[in-house]
Design a protein around this ligand. Sequence first.
Ligand SMILES: Cc1cc2nc3c(=O)[nH]c(=O)nc-3n(C[C@H](O)[C@H](O)[C@H](O)COP(=O)(O)O)c2cc1C
Length: 404
Amino acid sequence: MPDTEIAPREARQHDAQNSLHKLFEPIKVGPYNLRHRVVMAPLTRSRANRPGNIPSQLNACYYTQRAAAALIISEATQVSMQGQGYAWTPGIHSREQVEGWRLVADAVHETGGLMFMQLWHVGRISHPSLQPDEMLPVAPSAVQPKAEAFIENERGEGVVAPCVKPRALQVEEMPYLVRQYSRGARNAKAAGMDGVEVHGANGYLLDQFLLSGTNRRTDEYGGSSERRAKLLFDVVETVCEVWGPEKVGVRLSPLGTFNDMHDDDPEATFSYVIEKLNRYGLAYLHIVNPMLAATGEDVAYIERAKRMSQMIRRTYRGVLMVAGGFDGGSAERWLEDGNADLIAFGRLFIANPDLPERLRSHAPLNSPDPSTFYGGGERGYTDYPSLAQERGEAPRPVTDGRWR
Ligand SMILES: Cc1cc2nc3c(=O)[nH]c(=O)nc-3n(C[C@H](O)[C@H](O)[C@H](O)COP(=O)(O)O)c2cc1C
């Protein structure tokens, strides 16, 4: 399943004694004045309309419910058919998809929200049944991942299927990949988004190029950190040309192992990339907390993750967002300690559409239900209540995503 190696977790209530001053301080991100620092992390929910993987009124309702986030980062959105790896994820490569996303962006703006779109190409984390003409998924090298895609079976149900051995991209195809991202960036603009985030994390195409475990190339896209990072920077540059760098974020997952990822020297790889990202003047750098990949009490790993986080903070000179495993109290501590400028919340935002208000008022948090994370309709999607709805002071959404 997309991006969820993390064990399900009980929703946590933070310490009511702690005040969350830092979390509710405004901050400027690019040209935008954010009211606070509680960001909605990108969350794949596999609920686009089919055929065509087109966002709908239901998706607009879901995002609108969460518009009190300082910034919404959309679910990962494929820039091409080739970039799709899971059933019913939305795209940003067809006219209908642009229109569907416009519905979402307009609704979020009407509610006072701000929204970036996460641009996605899954690379090898796919399956022929999702690819144009049932071709093989593409990757830097023909290295089969021990990972699963989420596909639709003959009965129209979502099922997991092992990923296949991908086809290694030819060097002549690389400009075509970059064009997929620039078209996605232009389409995101046409859809009325406020910016875009380049998905360079969690074992998808750009991460596959970046890490030595998945990149065995001997051409200008493989070998040294600089060459493995070439595609990432080509994409960042093309997207910045469309949007201006101050409306572009980049997401990375240093030390992440999700989707069968590995790098021989992650410290060298990521210090090179992060130092170079300083040149662009981006809206923000978004890091998946390296601590997320820690298993049990592996002290050496925990120390390594800490050092990685410190290196990132020291090296990156712009706005730094961190996601992964936060509640209100730990988010506040990270901000207070200067380890981040913004905190992105994933699973807590799934279950708590009004998460900022709940954190601010120390209200109880709803628990997310992992069985409804991917696919389906409004259940587990738009039916988590806000505080006002719990108190009977606001209408609840009904099945077609409209308000009752
Ligand atoms: C259901 C689900 C879908 C996710 N989809 C995405 C995604 O589309 N893009 C992405 O970069 N990360 C994705 N992630 C990872 C989250 O953005 C986040 O990093 C992760 O959930 C850890 O944060 P949390 O502990 O606050 O949930 C997903 C996570 C979950 C649980």
